[in-house]
Design a protein around this ligand. Structure first.
Ligand SMILES: [Zn+2]
Length: 326
């Protein structure tokens, strides 16, 4: 049955992306940036430890106006990007039967994952720098208010089989309802590539260790902006958000889980203010404009035919790029 859905080519999303992005992957950097502002909300406990039992924390200033020192739980860059790459690879693999990309051993250098997120050839030639930029995310509240030690059966649950002579070990988790305001920036991508990364962000729901039974996350898109540079780091974003929330609730900020819509509003206000102060023009999409963009991509992904049209374009973008490299 022919669908009556809007075609990918005529979709609202494609129109917006065409206005701001390149129509092919450039051979040398042009530094055309597209940034998604995401509020990552943990819905369950999560393991955000690099190794061992202690959560990853950094001592930083709480905000700009309120500058007392706090220890914040961090969400490392790798912990944000790795699960999203896995989402994308699985999606691609389901469509292409001959998936020659072996992430652990030899990366193919041709698939969307290699070409967008980057790869280094283990043998032979070729490498691609990642065109997805992010940095460490910081929780808004202090570590003390959001950590919980969970006793594990050490023999079952720790990799080395536990400490001999002791059946139990403790590992620190974050409690549910912890927010990480983050920005993921794409550099020199085409509209089809942008949609690929956006899909990975919006459909990845598990982060951190032991993610088969915890680490459930919802990524809420708060804003989207285009320009010739990056606007602010994740730490600065968290600090601005902290200032705004502190003005509303004062010292109580560390006592209870934050309200989702308050956090979202604080992120949106911060990005709006920062974009007005940037040294280059920025086109910011938020509120209704952002919603209409997201509705358009939702329609696209839910329509098999148009989803195929988008992926065919993605493939074409990469064929042209690889051809040009020769
Ligand atoms: Zn590959």
């Amino acid at each position: 049955m022919k669908s009556t859905a809007v075609k990918w080519q005529n979709s609202e999303a494609k129109k917006i992306l065409d206005q701001h992005l390149l129509n092919e992957v450039p051979r040398s950097p042009q530094r055309i940036y597209a940034s998604m502002v995401i509020m990552r909300e943990f819905h369950s406990t999560a393991v955000l430890t690099t190794e061992g039992q202690i959560l990853d924390v950094e001592m930083v200033r709480s905000g700009f106006n309120h500058d007392k020192l706090v220890s914040r739980v961090v969400l490392q860059k790798r912990k944000q990007i790795a699960p999203e790459r896995r989402t994308g690879r699985a999606f691609y693999r389901a469509r292409k039967e001959e998936d020659g990309c072996d992430y652990m051993n030899e990366m193919c250098g041709k698939c969307p994952d290699c070409l967008i997120y980057g790869f280094a050839a283990t043998k032979g030639e070729g490498a691609q720098r990642s065109r997805v930029l992010t940095d460490t995310g910081f929780a808004i509240r202090s570590y003390e208010g959001m950590q919980r030690s969970i006793t594990l059966n050490a023999i079952q649950d720790t990799t080395a089989g536990g400490i001999s002579g002791s059946a139990f070990a403790e590992r620190e988790h974050i409690r549910p309802q912890v927010f990480f305001p983050t920005v993921e920036t794409l550099v020199d991508v085409t509209p089809a590539e942008f949609i690929y990364v956006l899909r990975n962000i919006l459909t990845t729901t598990r982060y951190g260790g032991e993610s088969n039974r915890q680490g459930s996350v919802q990524n809420h898109p708060v804003a989207l902006f285009f320009g010739r540079g990056e606007l602010l780091s994740n730490l600065a974003l968290t600090q601005h958000v902290y200032d705004r929330l502190y003005e509303q609730v004062g010292e109580q900020i560390d006592e209870f889980p934050l309200n989702r819509s308050d956090v979202e509003e604080a992120i949106r206000d911060t990005i709006t203010k920062q974009s007005e102060q940037a040294y280059f023009p920025i086109r910011l999409y938020k509120g209704e404009e952002l919603q209409s963009f997201l509705t358009s991509v939702r329609d696209l992904w839910r329509n098999e035919e148009e989803c195929e049209a988008w992926q065919t374009e993605l493939e074409k973008d990469h064929q042209v790029y690889l051809q040009n490299l020769k």
